[in-house]
Design a protein around this ligand. Structure first.
Ligand SMILES: [Zn+2]
Ligand SMILES: [Zn+2]
Length: 199
């Protein structure tokens, strides 16, 4: 009886020694591996430094960084082009530039910058196009504003868009009409351009 107990104790001790030995070996191995799991081996990093640094970011973070890089140059456009310290507050209806209150004047239902207010006042402006938009289908209106901007930027044709509202009494909702105006002399040219934009 005493003999069996002694053998059991010896066996338990033996097992304990083996377990402690294995654990020590495992911990030692883990500690040695930690530095190499941090990143690719130095030789790989050196051969492609760009990939090495970018590879450390999650793809979603990289995507966000790309978006931020796109936004960065637009920051300057948030300030008045004539007063770099003044935030732009109102958009000119001709050039779509953002100006501070000192640089823009109200006229009719819109605002125009100092450069374009004389243009608006000196010429006769004709209606060229009227489109109906609704909150449920704003797509056409958005497209008209895009085309208007492109015509000014690429073709040097100044236009402005007036918004007219009509209350539909029967159906109890407000209809919105966007009316595109152009200088009388440029109306024919503008109509041709609008056709190429499918308006
Ligand atoms: Zn302007
Ligand atoms: Zn200004």
């Amino acid at each position: 009886m005493e003999h069996t107990a002694l053998i059991l104790i010896a066996l338990t001790l033996f097992l304990l020694v083996i377990i402690i030995g294995l654990l020590t070996a495992l911990v030692f191995k883990l500690f040695r591996q930690t530095p190499s799991t941090d990143g690719p081996p130095p030789s790989l990093k050196a051969s492609s430094p760009e990939e090495g640094t970018k590879g450390e970011f999650h793809p979603a973070i990289l995507e966000r960084m790309k978006e931020l890089e796109k936004i960065k140059p637009r920051r300057a456009e948030l300030f008045c082009p004539n007063h770099r310290e003044e935030p732009g507050e109102v958009t000119c209806s001709i050039c779509d530039g953002l100006f501070c209150k000192a640089c823009i004047r109200p006229f009719k239902t819109m605002h125009f910058c100092k450069e374009h207010l004389p243009l608006v006042m000196r010429h006769d402006w004709d209606e060229v196009l009227t489109i109906k938009t609704s909150t449920s289908d704003p797509e056409n209106g958005v497209r008209l504003f895009d085309v208007k901007k492109a015509l000014f930027r690429d073709k040097d044709i100044p236009t402005y868009v007036e918004t007219h509202y009509k209350i539909n009494v029967d159906h109890d909702y407000i209809e919105t009409y966007l009316v595109l105006f152009a200088v009388r002399e440029s109306v024919d040219e503008l109509r041709r351009e609008l056709k190429s934009f499918n308006f």
